[in-house]
Design a protein around this ligand. Structure first.
Ligand code: FEO
Length: 162
Protein backbone atom coordinates (compact mmCIF):
# COMPACT_ATOMS: atom_id res chain seq x y z
CA UNK A 1 0.00 0.00 0.00
CA UNK A 2 1.00 3.59 -0.44
CA UNK A 3 -0.18 6.42 1.76
CA UNK A 4 -2.89 8.81 0.59
CA UNK A 5 -0.30 11.63 0.57
CA UNK A 6 2.03 9.67 -1.68
CA UNK A 7 -0.83 8.47 -3.87
CA UNK A 8 -2.12 11.98 -4.41
CA UNK A 9 1.38 13.36 -5.14
CA UNK A 10 1.97 10.58 -7.69
CA UNK A 11 -1.41 11.20 -9.32
CA UNK A 12 -0.48 14.86 -9.63
CA UNK A 13 2.76 13.82 -11.35
CA UNK A 14 0.82 11.63 -13.82
CA UNK A 15 -1.07 14.80 -14.73
CA UNK A 16 2.13 16.85 -15.06
CA UNK A 17 3.79 14.23 -17.28
CA UNK A 18 0.69 14.19 -19.50
CA UNK A 19 0.83 17.99 -19.58
CA UNK A 20 4.49 17.72 -20.66
CA UNK A 21 3.36 15.42 -23.50
CA UNK A 22 0.68 17.95 -24.46
CA UNK A 23 3.15 20.85 -24.34
CA UNK A 24 5.70 19.06 -26.53
CA UNK A 25 3.00 17.97 -28.96
CA UNK A 26 1.89 21.59 -29.26
CA UNK A 27 5.51 22.61 -29.90
CA UNK A 28 5.75 19.84 -32.50
CA UNK A 29 2.65 21.18 -34.26
CA UNK A 30 4.21 24.67 -34.24
CA UNK A 31 7.29 23.30 -36.07
CA UNK A 32 5.12 21.29 -38.50
CA UNK A 33 3.40 24.52 -39.49
CA UNK A 34 6.80 26.17 -39.94
CA UNK A 35 7.93 23.24 -42.20
CA UNK A 36 10.71 22.36 -39.76
CA UNK A 37 10.05 18.65 -39.88
CA UNK A 38 13.10 17.54 -37.89
CA UNK A 39 12.27 19.73 -34.88
CA UNK A 40 8.65 18.55 -35.20
CA UNK A 41 9.69 14.89 -35.19
CA UNK A 42 12.01 15.31 -32.20
CA UNK A 43 9.28 16.94 -30.13
CA UNK A 44 6.64 14.45 -31.24
CA UNK A 45 8.87 11.62 -30.01
CA UNK A 46 9.50 13.59 -26.82
CA UNK A 47 5.74 13.88 -26.31
CA UNK A 48 5.53 10.08 -26.63
CA UNK A 49 8.29 9.69 -24.03
CA UNK A 50 6.33 11.89 -21.63
CA UNK A 51 3.27 9.69 -22.07
CA UNK A 52 5.53 6.78 -21.15
CA UNK A 53 6.63 8.62 -17.99
CA UNK A 54 2.99 9.17 -17.03
CA UNK A 55 2.18 5.50 -17.60
CA UNK A 56 5.17 4.35 -15.55
CA UNK A 57 3.77 6.19 -12.51
CA UNK A 58 0.19 5.19 -13.37
CA UNK A 59 1.18 1.49 -13.43
CA UNK A 60 3.14 1.88 -10.21
CA UNK A 61 0.17 3.42 -8.34
CA UNK A 62 -1.98 0.47 -9.43
CA UNK A 63 0.71 -2.09 -8.55
CA UNK A 64 0.83 -0.68 -5.01
CA UNK A 65 -2.91 -1.00 -4.55
CA UNK A 66 -3.48 2.73 -4.98
CA UNK A 67 -6.20 4.51 -6.90
CA UNK A 68 -5.39 6.36 -10.11
CA UNK A 69 -7.35 9.57 -10.43
CA UNK A 70 -7.01 11.53 -13.63
CA UNK A 71 -7.52 15.28 -13.58
CA UNK A 72 -8.05 17.69 -16.48
CA UNK A 73 -4.90 18.44 -18.45
CA UNK A 74 -4.05 22.11 -18.75
CA UNK A 75 -4.04 23.45 -22.33
CA UNK A 76 -0.53 24.32 -23.52
CA UNK A 77 0.20 27.45 -25.52
CA UNK A 78 0.43 27.07 -29.28
CA UNK A 79 2.72 29.85 -30.52
CA UNK A 80 6.34 30.78 -29.97
CA UNK A 81 8.49 33.54 -31.42
CA UNK A 82 11.32 31.25 -32.63
CA UNK A 83 12.93 27.82 -32.31
CA UNK A 84 15.19 29.26 -29.61
CA UNK A 85 12.18 30.42 -27.61
CA UNK A 86 10.68 26.94 -27.84
CA UNK A 87 13.83 25.30 -26.51
CA UNK A 88 14.30 27.90 -23.78
CA UNK A 89 10.88 26.78 -22.63
CA UNK A 90 11.67 23.06 -23.00
CA UNK A 91 14.80 23.52 -20.87
CA UNK A 92 12.99 25.60 -18.22
CA UNK A 93 10.13 23.08 -18.18
CA UNK A 94 12.48 20.14 -17.64
CA UNK A 95 14.14 21.96 -14.75
CA UNK A 96 10.70 22.46 -13.26
CA UNK A 97 9.93 18.75 -13.69
CA UNK A 98 13.23 17.90 -11.96
CA UNK A 99 12.01 19.98 -9.01
CA UNK A 100 8.73 18.04 -8.99
CA UNK A 101 10.57 14.69 -9.00
CA UNK A 102 12.83 15.87 -6.18
CA UNK A 103 9.74 16.87 -4.24
CA UNK A 104 8.25 13.38 -4.74
CA UNK A 105 11.52 11.85 -3.50
CA UNK A 106 11.32 14.11 -0.42
CA UNK A 107 7.78 12.87 0.29
CA UNK A 108 8.84 9.22 -0.16
CA UNK A 109 11.73 9.76 2.26
CA UNK A 110 9.52 11.49 4.79
CA UNK A 111 7.01 8.64 4.58
CA UNK A 112 9.80 6.03 4.75
CA UNK A 113 8.29 4.64 1.52
CA UNK A 114 11.31 2.75 0.21
CA UNK A 115 9.51 1.19 -2.77
CA UNK A 116 8.37 4.57 -4.09
CA UNK A 117 11.81 6.02 -3.38
CA UNK A 118 13.32 3.22 -5.46
CA UNK A 119 10.83 3.67 -8.32
CA UNK A 120 11.58 7.41 -8.39
CA UNK A 121 15.32 6.85 -8.84
CA UNK A 122 14.62 6.03 -12.50
CA UNK A 123 13.07 9.50 -12.85
CA UNK A 124 15.96 11.18 -11.02
CA UNK A 125 18.38 9.74 -13.61
CA UNK A 126 16.01 10.43 -16.50
CA UNK A 127 15.81 14.12 -15.55
CA UNK A 128 19.60 14.47 -15.85
CA UNK A 129 19.27 13.28 -19.46
CA UNK A 130 16.17 15.38 -20.14
CA UNK A 131 17.84 18.60 -18.99
CA UNK A 132 21.05 17.77 -20.84
CA UNK A 133 19.25 17.12 -24.15
CA UNK A 134 17.19 20.31 -23.96
CA UNK A 135 20.21 22.41 -23.01
CA UNK A 136 22.32 20.93 -25.79
CA UNK A 137 19.73 21.74 -28.46
CA UNK A 138 19.27 25.24 -27.03
CA UNK A 139 23.05 25.81 -27.16
CA UNK A 140 23.21 24.57 -30.76
CA UNK A 141 20.43 26.98 -31.75
CA UNK A 142 22.35 29.83 -30.09
CA UNK A 143 25.59 28.89 -31.88
CA UNK A 144 23.92 28.60 -35.28
CA UNK A 145 21.73 31.69 -34.81
CA UNK A 146 18.06 31.66 -33.88
CA UNK A 147 16.69 32.29 -37.38
CA UNK A 148 15.03 29.70 -39.58
CA UNK A 149 17.57 30.03 -42.42
CA UNK A 150 20.41 29.01 -40.11
CA UNK A 151 18.70 26.00 -38.58
CA UNK A 152 18.28 23.61 -41.51
CA UNK A 153 21.31 21.52 -40.52
CA UNK A 154 19.99 21.17 -36.97
CA UNK A 155 16.51 20.40 -38.30
CA UNK A 156 18.07 17.59 -40.34
CA UNK A 157 20.01 16.28 -37.31
CA UNK A 158 16.97 16.30 -35.02
CA UNK A 159 14.95 14.51 -37.68
CA UNK A 160 17.25 11.48 -37.28
CA UNK A 161 15.85 10.75 -33.81
CA UNK A 162 14.25 7.31 -33.65
FE1 FEO B 1 8.91 13.45 -17.96
FE2 FEO B 1 10.68 15.31 -19.70
O1 FEO B 1 10.33 14.54 -18.06
Amino acid sequence: MISKTMESALNRQVNRELYSAYLYLSMSAYFETASMKGFAKWLRLQAKEEQGHAMKIYDYVIARGGVVSLEAIEAPKAKWASAGKVFEEVYAHEQKVTGMINNLVDIAMKEKDHATFEMLQWFVKEQVEEEENANEILNQIRILGDVVGHLFWLDHQLGKRE
